[in-house]
Design a binder for this molecule. Structure first.
Ligand SMILES: [Zn+2]
Length: 309
C-alpha cells in the first residue's frame, strides 16, 4: 500500500463532535496542555527547522483571548498534547502572540515548509492554513453583504442579518498524467522555473464529474482525447484552498499530435520514458517537488505502477 501524499493523513483527531460545545472549547483554551499553531499571511511559523507552537498559558495577555473570536480555529485533539487550535497572526488582536514565539522564529511559505517539516506537521499546517484562509475570505455574507461571525470553533460562519450559514470550502482540482504507449504527456506554464515540467491540471467546474473534468482539461490544454481515466490518489493543496484529485489516463497506443493552448501553457509534449529519465538525470527536465501529487503521478508511472497503458 502506497503511503499517503504529503499534507494528507496526520495524527490529529478533528473531534468534530466538540466543535459545538462552547464550554468544552473554552475549558480547553485555558488548559496548559493546549497547543496553538500560529499561521501568518506569509505562511507557517518555524523556529530553526521546527514548527513553532505556542502554549497560551505562557503568554502575557493570553487569558484575554477566547476560542470563539475572529482568527481562532479549533483544529482537534492530539493524544499527547490535548487540544490544538490554529490562530491567524494577521488578525490585530492576535498579533501579540508573536511575542511568545522563540527568538528567531519566522514565517515561511507553505511550499518551503513542505520541504522542511515531517508529514504529520505538514498535515497540520495544511489544515490550519486552509481554514484560516477561508475565514479571511468569508468575513462578509455572500448572500446579503453583512459581516459574518465565526461559530462552532471556527467551522462555521453565520450571518446575523439573513441567517445564512457558510461552511469551510475546498476547491476540487484534477491533475492527470496522460500516457500513450510508452510516452507520457507533460506541460509547462510560462511562470514556472526553466526546465520544470509537470502533469496537466485544472479546476473542476460545476456540473462535471471528475472524469469529465480530466477529459475536458486535457482536450482544452493539449488537444488530446483521453479514452480511459483511472483514479490514483488525492492531496489537500492549501494554495490556498484546493483538493487535488490525481489520475492517470490513456490516450491510445500511439501518442496523438499535441495542440497546445497558449493561454494555458507555454508548451506540452509527449516524453518517451527513456528520454524523460535521461532528461531528469541530466537536469534538462526538473519535475515538481517530491511532496506534490504531480510528482507522485510521474514517479508511479516511471516505476511501472501506474496500471495499464
Ligand atoms: Zn447574510
Amino acid at each position: 500500500m502506497r503511503k499517503p501524499n504529503y499534507f494528507a493523513s496526520g495524527t490529529i483527531d478533528r473531534a468534530g463532535h466538540r466543535r459545538r460545545d462552547a464550554a468544552w472549547l473554552a475549558g480547553q483554551w485555558r488548559d496548559p496542555q493546549t497547543r496553538v499553531l500560529p499561521i501568518g499571511q506569509a505562511g507557517v511559523v518555524v523556529a530553526g527547522t521546527e514548527l513553532a507552537v505556542l502554549v497560551l498559558g505562557d503568554l502575557p495577555g493570553g487569558d484575554e483571548l477566547s476560542p470563539d473570536q475572529e482568527g481562532v480555529v479549533f483544529l482537534g485533539t492530539d493524544v499527547e498534547a490535548g487540544a490544538i487550535f490554529g490562530v491567524d497572526l494577521s488578525v490585530p488582536e492576535l498579533a501579540q502572540l508573536m511575542d511568545g514565539l522563540p527568538v528567531g522564529a519566522r514565517e515561511m511559505d507553505l511550499r518551503g515548509a513542505a520541504m522542511l517539516l515531517p508529514p504529520d506537521e505538514g498535515n497540520r499546517v495544511a489544515y490550519a492554513s486552509a481554514m484560516l484562509t477561508w475565514h479571511r475570505r468569508h468575513r462578509w455574507c455572500g448572500a446579503c453583504g453583512a459581516r459574518t461571525v465565526p461559530e462552532w470553533g471556527g467551522h462555521l460562519r453565520t450571518c446575523p442579518n439573513c441567517r445564512a450559514e457558510h461552511f469551510p470550502r475546498t476547491d476540487p482540482v484534477i491533475i492527470a498524467l496522460i500516457t500513450a504507449g510508452d510516452c507520457c504527456l507533460l506541460g509547462r506554464q510560462p511562470i514556472w522555473p526553466p526546465a520544470m515540467w509537470s502533469a496537466l491540471a485544472g479546476f473542476v467546474e460545476p456540473g462535471e464529474s471528475l472524469e469529465d473534468a480530466v477529459r475536458r482539461e486535457i482536450a482544452e490544454e493539449a488537444g488530446i482525447t483521453v479514452v480511459d481515466v483511472r483514479y490514483h490518489s488525492s492531496q489537500p493543496w492549501p494554495f490556498p484552498l484546493s483538493l487535488m484529485l490525481g489520475f492517470h489516463g490513456d490516450a491510445g497506443s500511439e501518442p496523438p499530435e499535441v495542440t497546445v493552448d497558449p493561454a494555458e501553457l507555454e508548451d506540452a509534449r509527449w516524453w518517451p520514458r527513456g528520454e524523460l529519465e535521461d532528461a531528469i538525470a541530466s537536469g534538462r527536465v526538473m519535475l515538481p517537488p517530491p511532496f506534490s501529487i504531480a510528482r507522485q503521478l510521474v514517479d508511479s508511472w516511471l516505476s511501472g505502477a501506474a496500471g495499464p497503458s
